[in-house]
Ligand binder design. Structure first.
Ligand SMILES: [Zn+2]
Ligand SMILES: [Zn+2]
Length: 465
């Protein structure tokens, strides 16, 4: 039996994760992510798929983030009709996130049409919300730690990876005529001693390893988030203002809610309304309730004071009630998406709050270059929202270290669980600096045989096993 891999994404960049395995004639795609960020990357989403999607036999998804799952609707649209394996929580999260992605694609196409900036006469979305929904019937969701037979000689096991709800390492076991080989895809690796999620699983062996390297060159700053939040909230309330927190709907919003619930419980901040103003964040918080066994709030969820049901938390479901919050002048906290202020309800909050000197915007996540969130973080004097230039007069605070990704030290901690170094280790899902730094450390200190693959590169992994 022969095994080959081709890197269709997530190589030399953090987005577009797609690894095509060819096990004799069986084609299996691990992750099916969208390219995001720079235009030259995004254009790859529009190129013809390197193999006929109809010829693929199985897709294995590690987690619901769009850079790992966002190309699925396009793959299905182009003819993929087979199973899409994932964990139960990932299946539910993907339904929310792929719908949202389809909606965003439609909005972008409509915007391009209106502005006439597209080279095409009639710019089309990569896929629509409705097309995103077509892929859902192909989901086959699995338990963690169960072995599932993908084909008579390929089995799949999902192991807990932390990172976000449902996220997994994917372990594939391939039975050849003479030997059995284990392939391990790390997916995105979470944090250790995290407030919300458990530590990633200890993996002790694999023949071939794919490891992410997002923060291969960075140690996460050690910030006491609770102390930092408390200080900024109290100072803002003293100034008779409100706090606005732009936050990602998956993971970050729930993390902030947990911290706020603890601050209320400890009487560290006065009782005040906390508006959770994002339909997607509300749906995702529902999944954190439903899949409580997958995170550390398990005990609290079933006890008398469930974290997400704190009486101060107001889940804002309609657009009208969202806009009513603009009249609130003091002593309130608003959490809204999108996390980088590129769209969503957070825009109207920013429109009204940025000019108010007494209010504070707290940035709790990475802000990519070119986004509105980055401009706010850089305190540009005016920010464009809804086509208008809005004066930035409010206070802007940045609380670092909220990332859901293992930092440099945690990646090494995870890798040190291996009793024996894998035959090959592919360093993926990282920019050049992150991937190179991790390759150097693992080769020098741990004697790993590492390689940083390039986009579209392919390798023979085993011949005649
Ligand atoms: Zn991720
Ligand atoms: Zn990722």
């Amino acid at each position: 039996m022969d095994v080959r891999v081709k890197f269709l994404g997530g190589a030399g960049s953090v987005t577009g994760s797609k690894y095509l395995l060819e096990i004799d004639d069986f084609k299996l795609l691990v992750d099916c992510g969208l390219f995001q960020g720079m235009k030259e990357l995004r254009l790859r989403n529009w190129e013809p798929f390197p193999v006929d999607p109809a010829s693929i036999d199985a897709v294995v998804i590690t987690h619901a983030h769009i850079d790992h799952s966002g190309y699925l609707p396009k793959l299905v649209k182009e003819g993929y009709a087979g199973p899409i394996y994932c964990t139960h929580a990932t299946a539910r999260l993907m339904e929310i996130m792929l719908r949202d992605s389809g909606k965003l694609q439609e909005e972008e196409a409509a915007y391009a049409r209106k502005k006439g900036y597209s080279r095409h006469e009639n710019p089309l979305p990569l896929y629509t919300l409705e097309e995103a929904e077509h892929s859902f019937s192909q989901f086959v969701s699995l338990d963690f730690d169960d072995t599932f037979e993908v084909s008579p000689n390929i089995s799949l096991k999902y192991l807990y990876a932390g990172h976000i709800l449902g996220a997994a390492h994917a372990e594939l076991e391939i039975k050849g005529e003479q030997q059995t080989k284990k392939l391990l895809f790390s997916g995105d690796i979470g944090r250790y001693e995290n407030r919300l999620l458990y530590d990633p699983a200890n993996i002790e062996n694999a023949d071939i390893l794919w490891v992410e390297s997002t923060y291969g060159n960075k140690a996460s700053p050690e910030t006491d988030h609770k102390v930092a939040l408390k200080k900024t909230i109290l100072e803002t309330f003293d100034a008779n203002g409100c706090v606005l927190i732009p936050a990602f709907s998956v993971g970050r919003t729930q993390d902030i809610l947990l911290l706020l619930a603890q601050l209320f419980q400890e009487n560290a901040i006065p009782d005040c309304p906390v508006y959770i103003d994002s339909p997607m964040a509300i749906s995702v918080t529902g999944l954190y309730r439903e899949f409580h066994k997958l995170h550390r709030l398990d005990d609290e969820m079933i006890s008398k004071a469930p974290v997400f049901d704190h009486p101060n938390f107001k889940y804002v479901r309609t657009q009208d009630s969202s806009e009513n919050i603009n009249t609130v002048k003091r002593n309130a906290i608003i959490i809204s998406a999108s996390g980088m202020c590129t769209g969503g309800r957070v825009l109207h909050h920013l429109f009204h709050r940025l000019p108010r000197m007494n209010d504070t915007v707290i940035i709790v996540g990475y802000q990519a270059e070119g986004t509105r969130g980055r401009r706010i973080l850089d305190k540009e004097p005016q920010i464009k929202i809804f086509g208008e230039m809005v004066d930035l007069r409010c206070r802007v605070e940045y609380i670092q270290g909220f990332s859901a990704h293992a930092d440099r030290n945690e990646l090494i901690r995870w890798l040190k669980n291996f009793k024996e170094s894998p035959k090959y280790t592919f360093i993926v899902h990282g920019e050049k600096e992150g991937a190179e730094a991790l390759a150097i450390t693992t080769s020098a200190e741990m004697h790993f045989n590492t390689y940083i693959p390039h986009y579209m590169e392919s390798f023979d992994l085993f011949q005649g096993i």
